[in-house]
Design a protein around this ligand. Sequence first.
Ligand SMILES: Nc1ncnc2c1ncn2[C@@H]1O[C@H](COP(=O)(O)OP(=O)(O)O)[C@@H](O)[C@H]1O
Ligand SMILES: [Mg+2]
Length: 326
Amino acid sequence: MLPEPVLAFLRRHGLAAVDEVPAAKALSGGVSSDIWRVDLRSGPICVKRALPRLRVEQLWEVPVERNRYERMWMETANAIIPGVTPRVLASDDSGCFAMQLLDGYPLWKAELAEGRADRDFAAKVGHSLARIHAATAGDKDCAAKFDTDKNFHAIRLEPYLLAAGRVNVSLEKNLKELSERTANTRLALVHGDVSPKNILIGPDGPVFLDAECAWYGDPAFDLAFCLNHLLLKGLWVPVRRKAFLQCYDVLAEAYLAGVGWEPRAGIEMRAATLLPGLLLARVDGKSPVEYLTADSDKDFVREIAGRFLASPPNTLTDIRNAWQRS
Ligand SMILES: Nc1ncnc2c1ncn2[C@@H]1O[C@H](COP(=O)(O)OP(=O)(O)O)[C@@H](O)[C@H]1O
Ligand SMILES: [Mg+2]
């Protein structure tokens, strides 16, 4: 059953009739929102509502207004590449929005878990991300609209980089600097959670979900965040580590080929220096990845991350080579 305010939202926007009580099913996966498949008389849709407190072990509270930024990211991205994210069907300031349900689209994370490493798809992810960044780079209106520095600090920089620094005291200063540099780089519209669990495999390429970390900031964050998952997935499915590294390469290459708003070497350096911070964050931050349970895997991540935080790499290849060799 849908909570009353959500049903009221659907009725207010004419999606559900006044006498209609649609069947709803919670979609699994999320830690930060309630999300339902709602079967309306007119067909199925998806409704998302932000939770004030995330379902993670450590206390982590985030303002629910991020729901509005998520919806605005979707509208902005769809105007740049139609279909790159579900179409928004209705929204208001009640903390809910309704979107198109993409039934039957596989989740990239599930494909990777099965060991399927589709390089063409990885390249498309890089390409689409770069297009969204390129189209919003230097756009003052977009920067004003996504003025979400505080949110981004609360949901990304603090629980990832700064939290990992508190656990790894010898690296705390490096992680703080990384966080500050990122916070002060405002170049393009960032999605903020480009993880395979938030990417559906659509017929024409990736469909990005879950943009509640949307922020006008450093596009290198999106690139590093996604590459980080491709590294970590190699610990999850060890026999596919090499194949996932090939996805890493083509994703990075396709992305960097689309960088026109700044020198390629600059953004690559920022992504490469962020990456070890994000690696460490997924072991020692507030949102550790669920599949890294063996101490040997965690120590492996800590060793590589520590090495590159102490002496920063210039290129993404430096990190992938270290990851492959180890
Ligand atoms: N529009 C949609 N169509 C189909 N499935 C969706 C849609 N939106 C979300 N999902 C599914 O629900 C899961 C959780 O949604 P997401 O927006 O990522 O929420 P959370 O912020 O809770 O992670 C996704 O991983 C995906 O499997
Ligand atoms: Mg999600």
